[in-house]
Design a binder for this molecule. Structure first.
Ligand SMILES: O=C(O)CCCC[C@@H]1SC[C@@H]2NC(=O)N[C@@H]21
Length: 252
């Protein structure tokens, strides 16, 4: 259900002119929030990406974090990266992007015409073994993308929504689409569990059935991308048999 401002009921929304990182802001304010809250920054000065990488943020792009207060165990909480990827997919469709141009890359990138248009950084905020609060940080190249030379060698080619499709949308409009899509999928996740999310994710996955490389700091595994299991792990069929991978960077 939407409020009369077009934002999903029960979700808070704050727009900051500038912040270091919306995920850092999420960590600062999470305890003071009574419910789910979207934090959008129109300028972000210290954007962070997965695995300690920097994330380039030119003005006009989307930098937002959803703060949640989940009560499940950490392994279930982490599956929300798939919920967020699907929400991004649906938000792009709502912007007018053709479905055949979009794909989801494990664990949680969104590809547009084969290039990376959006990334997700999931961080738990809390003490001890409990998650406490969850920050789902989302960066979307709406207007501009880094030049290939600005990202790691072998990283996916960065692309922007504007350059690939001609669709011009500002971050606040994009937030409305994303927040609606996320709220619908979050309800599906908490009601029916991971199965429907997993099926929808797999139906949109890039390179299923093809040979890919999964790389961690310690090892590299080359194999056929078989599936993503019920725990969200990547499953590769290799010459040594089935390999189940919980965390890695994937290269095509
Ligand atoms: O490495 C990735 O693919 C994830 C990038 C996530 C970037 C977003 S922008 C909003 C939020 N705030 C941050 O500092 N990072 C995330």
């Amino acid at each position: 259900m939407l409020t009369n401002t077009g934002f999903p009921l029960g979700y808070g929304r704050r727009v900051l002119a500038e912040v270091d990182s919306t995920n850092a802001e999420a960590a600062r304010i999470a305890k003071s929030l009574a419910g789910p809250e979207w934090i959008l920054a129109l300028n972000q000065t210290a954007s962070r990406g997965r695995r300690g990488r920097a994330w380039r943020f030119p003005k006009g792009n989307f930098a937002g974090t959803l703060v949640l207060h989940p009560t499940e165990t950490p392994d279930i909480v982490a599956l929300r990266s798939f919920v967020a990827s699907l929400a991004l997919y649906d938000a792009f469709i709502a912007c007018g992007v053709q479905a055949h141009c979009l794909a989801l890359k494990w664990p949680n990138d969104v590809l547009l015409n084969g290039g990376k248009v959006a990334g997700i950084l999931l961080e738990s905020i809390g003490a001890g073994g409990s998650v406490g609060h969850l920050a789902i940080g989302i960066g979307v190249n709406l207007a501009d993308a880094p030049a290939p030379a600005e990202v790691e060698v072998q990283a996916m080619r960065p692309v922007s929504l504007l350059s690939e499709t001609g669709v011009a949308i500002n971050p606040e409009e994009f937030l409305d689409l994303l927040a609606s899509a996320y709220a619908r999928l979050e309800l599906q996740f908490t009601t029916y569990g991971f199965s429907p999310i997993r099926e929808n994710w797999l139906a949109r996955a890039a390179k299923i059935g093809e040979v890919i490389t999964a790389r961690t700091m310690a090892s590299e595994t080359v194999g056929t991308f078989e599936t993503v299991d019920e725990q969200g792990n990547l499953v590769l069929k290799t010459t040594q048999g089935r390999v189940v991978i919980a965390a890695a960077d994937v290269f095509f």
